[in-house]
Design a binder for this molecule. Sequence first.
Ligand SMILES: [Zn+2]
Length: 106
Amino acid sequence: MTMAEKKTEKAAVKKEEKPKEKPLEKLPEKPVEKAAVEKPAEEIKEKKVEKPKKKQKGAYSRYKVEERGFVRLRPFCERCGPGYFMADHGDRYTCGHCGFTRYKKS
Ligand SMILES: [Zn+2]
């Protein structure tokens, strides 16, 4: 029985040594690819949230401060009432809220 056991032990050792000849396995590369794909997606979401804030102009851009106080550079919309400024298009004012257009008096 001793001879048979030694033969089986040697065969088992040889089989275990064979996988060592192939050290290059693709398992460690997969986690790195996943992390690289997730990071850019988070950065894009953050940029989309910040964009609308840049478009908004403060109320100070619609007023002109003078010695008396402040003067409105643009009129309020006649339909929407105070608080809705009309855009200056040179010869006319337009309301971006309701679309009302008023021509300037020349
Ligand atoms: Zn309006």
